[in-house]
Design a protein around this ligand. Structure first.
Ligand SMILES: NC(=O)c1ccc[n+]([C@@H]2O[C@H](COP(=O)([O-])OP(=O)(O)OC[C@H]3O[C@@H](n4cnc5c(N)ncnc54)[C@H](OP(=O)(O)O)[C@@H]3O)[C@@H](O)[C@H]2O)c1
Length: 268
C-alpha cells in the first residue's frame, strides 16, 4: 500500500484507512465483528483508524479490537473531541487515553465545535506527549471558510472532509490551501455513506478500463488519485470489504480520463 506524508511531524500514512461511524457502534456480543474487520484491514496494510465520541460505543469497541488483534502499537489512532465544553473535552480525552493505551496519535476537533477554545489545551496535551498531532473536521462545505481559518492558524496538521465524485467542493480552495501549507487531508465518506455504491456500472468493460476488480475500488482510487488526499477512511462492517478496500491503496492511480469515466458513471 502506498504511504503519503503530511504535517509538522511528516507523519507517514498508508493511503487506505478505516472509518468506524455506525459500523463499530456494536453491543458487547457483536464486538468480535469489529476485531475481524480490524484484523483483515491491518493484514492488508491499513494503519489509520478514525473514530469519535459521537459514534456511540465505537471508540471503545475500536480500542478493544486493536488490542484483541495485537496491532495497537502499529496503529495511527485518529479520534475527536466533540463538545462545546473544555471540561467535557478533557474527559473525552481521558476516556480515549484509557481506550488506546495512554496515547492518541491524531486528535481532531469534530465539526469545528468550539475549536478556538479547544486548540490551546490540546496543544498542551501535544507538549505532554499524550497526543501526537492535531486536526479539525467538517462534513458541511458551507463551513469550509471557517475550516480554512482554522488551518491558517498553523496549529493543525490535517483536516478531514468529504471527498468523492459528488462532493468535490474542497477542490476549489481547501485542497490548494492544504497543499500550500503541508496540511494533511483525510477523505471521509469516499462511498457517500454507501449511496455511491448503488451506481455500480453494469458493463464489466468499465472496471477493466479502470484496472480494478470492483466499483468500490474504483471510487477509492478516484479519491486517492488526487495526490493532495493523504488517506481515505471507508467504514465497513465486513472483513472481506476491508481487504478489498485496502487493495485499492496501491498505484497505478487514475489519469484524468479514468477519473472522468468514474464521474460519468456516478452522474448516470
Ligand atoms: N458521514 C459523515 O458525515 C462523517 C462525518 C465525519 C466523519 N466521518 C468518518 O468517515 C468515515 C467514512 O464515512 P461513512 O462511514 O459515512 O461512509 P462511507 O465510508 O462512504 O461508506 C460506508 C458504507 O460503505 C459500505 N462499504 C464499505 N466498503 C465496501 C465495499 N468494499 N463493498 C461494498 N460496500 C462497502 C459499508 O457497508 P458494509 O459494512 O457492508 O461494508 C458502509 O455502509 C466514517 O466512518 C467516520 O469515521 C464520517
Amino acid at each position: 500500500m502506498e504511504l503519503r506524508r503530511f504535517g509538522r511531524a511528516e507523519l507517514e500514512v498508508p493511503v487506505v484507512g478505516l472509518g468506524t461511524w455506525s459500523v463499530f457502534d456494536l453491543s458487547p456480543d457483536d464486538e468480535p465483528v469489529a476485531a475481524a474487520v480490524v484484523e483483515a484491514a491491518f493484514e492488508t496494510g491499513v494503519r489509520f483508524v478514525d473514530s469519535s465520541p459521537m459514534y456511540g460505543r465505537a471508540e471503545g469497541v475500536l480500542g478493544r479490537a486493536l488490542d484483541a488483534v495485537g496491532v495497537r502499537a502499529s496503529a495511527i489512532v485518529a479520534t475527536k473531541i466533540w463538545t462545546p465544553s473544555i471540561l467535557e473535552g478533557r474527559l473525552q480525552l481521558d476516556a480515549q487515553l484509557g481506550f488506546y493505551g495512554g496515547r492518541v496519535e491524531f486528535e481532531q476537533v469534530h465539526n469545528l465545535v468550539a475549536w478556538r477554545e479547544h486548540l490551546p489545551w490540546l496543544e498542551e496535551e501535544v507538549a505532554n506527549a499524550r497526543i501526537a498531532l492535531l486536526g479539525a473536521t467538517h462534513w458541511d462545505e458551507s463551513r469550509y471558510p471557517e475550516l480554512m481559518e482554522c488551518m491558517r492558524t498553523g496549529h493543525i496538521d490535517a483536516v478531514q472532509v468529504p471527498y468523492n465524485p459528488l462532493e468535490r467542493r474542497a477542490e476549489r480552495d481547501l485542497l490548494p490551501l492544504a497543499d500550500e501549507m503541508g496540511i494533511g487531508v483525510i477523505a471521509m465518506r469516499p462511498f457517500g455513506e454507501g449511496s455511491l455504491l448503488r451506481d455500480a456500472p453494469r458493463d464489466p468493460a468499465v472496471l477493466r478500463e479502470l484496472g480494478v476488480e470492483s466499483w468500490s475500488q474504483a471510487l477509492l482510487k478516484w479519491t486517492l488519485s488526487d495526490r493532495r488526499i493523504h488517506v481515505a477512511i471507508p467504514a465497513t462492517s465486513s472483513a472481506e470489504h476491508a481487504r478489498s478496500n485496502a487493495a485499492a491503496g496501491s498505484p497505478p492511480w487514475f489519469d484524468d480520463e479514468q477519473r472522468r469515466l468514474v464521474e460519468r458513471v456516478v452522474a448516470g
